[in-house]
Design a protein around this ligand. Structure first.
Ligand code: SF4
Length: 497
């Protein structure tokens, strides 16, 4: 039988779901293609190139060779090259690339896998074990040491980037060795899946989203029946129940299943297609809101490599805010925003402009107060001259999440979620992000990241600024419209704004 090539992606996917492994090989076009995966790819390349500088002057097989990369790797090893990047090995149609290979001697090699993460997880061990399994079958006499290079979150950038402090190197040789029997079992399963001539019949389950979303989720879940418990976001209790009974539907979840009151309410709303409107609770929430009312959304970037002095990997860098203001009952909404498009540290300009735009009075409506407050406190610590003003702003913040999270107002189309985008989709169908060049948060961060890490001209810079502004404006407009719905309920009991 013609054996199919097992790559690291197929191997790792087999562990989670045979259908994902099959789709990875035969239908990669079904994968989610969006700003998020684009960002990961771009960052991964940047970080790998940087980490390779820990072992300078290596030969990059992928970049410097054409044709058969396995043969090219072998040739470089025979030529006595000691540091090889993207070394390629194959055995039994199992194929891997190693980020860094160090040939210490004829019998001792070191393998380094570079990751964007700030700690080691089980998948990293399996990844190294997969590579060492393939290399060992070809070179059984070798003593192979396996290392993970990951980012050290505690590193603080001073004047210039210090690569040896930015990365941590962890020796995973023993763990990778112990994982070899598991690797062999997974590889057998991978061969079986790829040699089958049809997509494995795997019903969607909680493993599709836990611990992270499967890349094929939009393909697999597109025909999910409306009454599937999987449609309810975070309905862990029902999902756990499903593990034992795949046939359960939202309309027939047995009453003996222990669920929270909130979850029973969500199920009932979805089955009956109804809303919840708790006018008294909404009145209580609205009680202390005073004019001028501001609607504020801030956008931040978390980048693996610190870009500005005194920042660490993944420090939140606020680069944009969008602000609507309504001065009184009879006033119109007025929009302002701040967007940094230069490659300089945006934080001082950001907070200075924000404090000016927010003035001294009025309620500031935000979504996820905790997040906004944390970012403001960070800015207060970095710029003590603004700290007192920042504390006053924090006192004025009011979280629009509260009435939705507590189900004072709930729409069956929220599907158990109270994320802002679910609320806008359920309550404000006229507010659509689809036609925007930047339609979501991941694309917004990616656009700003591009401004910081890529050489681009002024025209593209100003286009990105316009697109970011439009995205921020629509989000903040959504906040204002949601508050209007609450206000209308308080005034006349109707949900129409
Ligand atoms: S979405 Fe779920 S069922 Fe589909 S491939 Fe991914 S893990 Fe498997």
């Amino acid at each position: 039988m013609n054996r199919k090539e097992i790559t690291k992606n197929v191997f790792l996917k087999t562990r989670r779901c045979s259908k994902a492994a099959y789709l990875e090989y035969y239908h990669p076009e079904y994968k989610y293609q969006g700003a998020y995966s684009d960002t990961i790819l771009h960052r991964s390349e940047l970080v790998k190139n940087l980490a390779r500088q820990l072992f300078d002057n290596g030969f990059n097989v992928k970049e410097e060779c054409q044709g058969d990369l396995v043969q090219n790797t072998e040739y470089r090893i025979q030529k006595g090259i000691k540091v090889i990047y993207n070394a390629c090995f194959e055995h039994n149609s199992e194929k891997c690339f190693s980020d860094i290979l160090i040939i210490k001697s004829d019998t001792v090699w070191e393998l380094y896998e570079i990751k964007l993460s700030t700690k080691c997880v089980a998948e990293h061990i399996l990844d190294l074990a997969f590579q060492s399994q393939i290399i060992h079958t070809k070179y059984p006499h070798l003593k192979l040491h396996c290392f993970l290079i990951h980012i050290d979150k505690k590193y603080v950038l001073e004047e210039v980037l210090n690569i040896s402090k930015l990365f941590k190197i962890v020796n995973l040789s023993n763990k990778a060795r112990h994982a070899l029997p598991l690797v062999k079992r997974i590889l057998m399963a991978s061969h079986k899946v790829l040699n089958s001539n049809k997509i494995p019949n795997v019903s969607p389950g909680i493993f599709c989203t836990n611990p992270f979303n499967c890349e094929f989720k939009s393909y697999c879940w597109k025909d999910l029946p409306e009454d599937s418990p999987l449609n309810l976001v975070k309905s862990w209790e029902i999902k756990m129940y499903m593990l034992n009974d795949q046939g359960v539907k939202l309309g027939n979840v047995p009453h003996q299943v222990k669920l929270t009151e909130k979850l029973w309410l969500e199920i009932d709303c979805l089955v009956q297609k109804r809303y919840v409107i708790n006018k008294r609770a909404i009145e209580g929430y609205m009680g202390d809101i005073c004019f001028p009312i501001f609607f504020l959304q801030i956008k931040t970037l978390q980048f693996p490599i610190p870009l500005f002095k005194k920042t660490s990997p993944y420090t939140y860098i606020p680069f944009q805010y969008s602000l609507y203001e309504v001065a009184s009952h009879s006033s119109c909404l007025k929009h302002k925003d701040f967007i940094s498009v230069s490659s300089k540290d945006p934080r001082d300009g950001f907070i200075k402009s924000l404090l000016k735009d927010l003035g001294d009075n009025g309620t500031i409506i935000v979504y996820e107060k905790k997040y906004t407050e944390a970012r403001l406190r960070e800015l207060g610590r970095i710029y003590p001259k603004y700290e007192a003003q920042i504390f006053k702003v924090i006192d004025r913040l009011k979280d629009l999440k509260e009435p939705f999270e507590n189900r004072y107002l709930y729409h069956y189309n929220q599907n158990g979620s109270h994320e802002l985008k679910s609320l806008i989709a359920a309550w404000l169908p006229e507010v659509s992000f689809k036609s925007l060049t930047i339609p979501d948060s991941a694309t917004a961060s990616r656009a700003y990241e591009k401004l910081l890490t890529t050489k681009i001209g002024n025209t593209e810079r100003s286009n990105i600024k316009m697109d970011l502004s439009e995205y921020g404006r629509l989000n903040t407009y959504g906040l204002a419209k949601l508050l209007k719905i609450l206000e209308t309920i308080v005034i006349d009991g109707s949900k129409e704004a």
